[in-house]
Write a protein that binds this ligand. Structure first.
Ligand code: ADP
Ligand code: MG
Length: 328
């Protein structure tokens, strides 16, 4: 008996991934051989990061595949941004529970649109059947010695964040409660499902910021990593944290700052720099048309202390808790 003709792994790769993204001059061999062969420019270090999205853990299995393709690459680009690196290449390990070509086509288009925006070439990957998960590894360049690190924050530095916080967390909590019909649902959902990595900001902050991190687990937890790595503490002015109207309303209704500072999935940058460079930050924010807001300052006493507009200290109730100290 003849075997029925089925779509193979190689058909999928050829149809949807081989010519998906821009061709770069620094790629000698891309998709199609046992390994990619790539050239790192002289004077540059290679920045490498990897992130996995698991169905049911990091995304709803019925999420738009086009958005998922975007997000799988976006969360990786956000890590490169936090290092001040310029994106170059990506690899993609795709584990699918079934071969659904319209799903794969939409996923690849979401991935490709963002890859094109940053000139990223998909140079390899792996395609398997199994419980659905998506792993992207990203590679980029940063001039040797100029990468932004978590360990450079100094006492007296200002703390800044890009954009606004808490919208993705608000979108997630509403989706979980089935509240998708509210008027601003579309905007909030876009913040959750289609984060915009702050690549240009990260590159511009090279040689300017003393430390940087991208916000994936919530401000408290992620700023906590900077404080720990740098061996310092911080004072946070809750009232200065940039919030959209929807988040401000939800936060006041719940009388809890957690949404803005412990929600996760923001994919904004948090960075520190000496107070003398405040004007440079304003200039950069204007040039990139991206808000950059001072939310606190680095202090000597370890731990993170949060104050509201009235000067009262607020004790966080969730996430990043271990980074907190009650004294000070
Ligand atoms: P091997 O068996 O040598 O590991 P594969 O059969 O897994 O190679 O893959 C064939 C080629 O297709 C390789 O160049 C690999 O990098 C690429 N590839 C496989 N899956 C993907 C994918 N999802 N996205 C991009 N490239 C892929
Ligand atoms: Mg393989």
């Amino acid at each position: 008996m003849n075997q029925p003709r089925t779509t193979t792994e190689f058909d999928i790769i050829r149809r949807y991934f081989s010519a998906l993204t821009p061709s770069r001059d620094d790629v000698d061999v891309g998709i199609g051989d046992d390994a990619a062969l790539l050239q790192v420019p002289r004077g540059m270090g290679l920045a490498v990061s990897i992130d996995t999205l698991v169905a049911g853990v990091h995304f709803f299995p019925d999420v738009s595949p086009e958005s998922l393709g975007h997000k799988a690459l976006a969360v990786n680009l956000s890590d490169l941004a936090a290092m001040g690196a310029e994106p170059a290449w990506a690899t993609l390990a795709l584990t699918l529970s079934q071969v659904d070509e319209s799903w794969i086509a939409a996923f690849s288009q979401g991935f490709a649109a963002l890859a094109r925006r940053y000139g990223v070439q998909l140079v390899g990957g792996d395609t398997t059947l199994g419980p659905m998960s998506i792993t992207v590894q990203i590679q980029g360049f940063v001039p040797t010695g100029e990468g932004l690190r978590r360990n450079g924050a100094r006492v007296g530095d200002d703390i800044f964040v890009t954009g606004s916080l808490g919208e993705a967390a608000l979108a997630l909590s509403r989706l979980q409660k089935g509240l998708s019909e509210l008027p601003d649902a579309g905007l909030l959902k876009a913040r959750l499902e289609r984060p915009q990595p702050r690549v240009e900001a990260g590159i511009a902050l090279r040689g300017m910021a003393s430390s940087a991190i991208d916000l994936s687990d919530g401000l408290l937890a992620d700023l906590g990593h900077i404080l720990e790595s740098s061996g310092v503490g911080a004072r946070l002015e809750l009232a200065e944290i940039p919030l959209s109207r929807a988040v401000a309303t939800a936060l006041h209704a719940a009388d809890d700052w957690s949404l803005a500072v412990a929600g996760g999935d923001d994919y904004e940058l948090c960075f520190t720099l000496p107070a003398e460079r405040r004007a440079q930050v304003s200039e950069l924010a204007r040039r990139l048309d991206l808000p950059m807001t001072r939310i606190g300052c680095i202090e000597e006493t370890p731990g993170l202390r949060c104050f509201d507009a009235a000067g009262g200290q607020w004790m966080p109730t969730r996430y990043g808790y271990q980074h907190f100290s009650a004294n000070g």
